[in-house]
Design a protein around this ligand. Structure first.
Ligand SMILES: [Zn+2]
Ligand SMILES: [Zn+2]
Length: 102
């Protein structure tokens, strides 16, 4: 078995072991994580250019919070809309029933 990080030949102690040692596993994980870090992205809310330090999509906590609030409101409104549609169809059904009685 060849270590996916350093290429060293090793005997895997457990099945699907990809790395020769804990050190290699951690290093590989860090390298993978670092890949996300690199690069300039734009804040999803205000478009400010930011150098990404972590998995964030926003330039600041403020932008993150505003977006989170917006998304929460959006999901709340979609629930409300569904609720409203349900009421409408229910009243339509009851109206049809009363009209049918005539
Ligand atoms: Zn290794
Ligand atoms: Zn922003």
């Amino acid at each position: 078995m060849e270590c996916k990080f350093c290429g060293l030949d090793f005997d895997p102690k457990i099945r699907f072991q990809k790395y020769c040692s804990e050190k290699c596993r951690v290093s590989a994980w860090k390298k993978k994580r670092n890949k996300i870090k690199v690069g300039v992205i734009y804040c999803e809310r205000c478009g400010t250019e930011i150098v990404r330090k972590n998995a964030t999509r926003f330039c600041s906590t403020k932008c993150y919070m505003i977006n989170a609030m917006k998304e929460r409101r959006k999901s709340y409104e979609s629930i409300k809309k569904k609720d409203l549609a349900g009421k409408k169809s229910r009243s339509l059904i009851s109206r049809m029933k009363t009209e049918g009685r005539k």
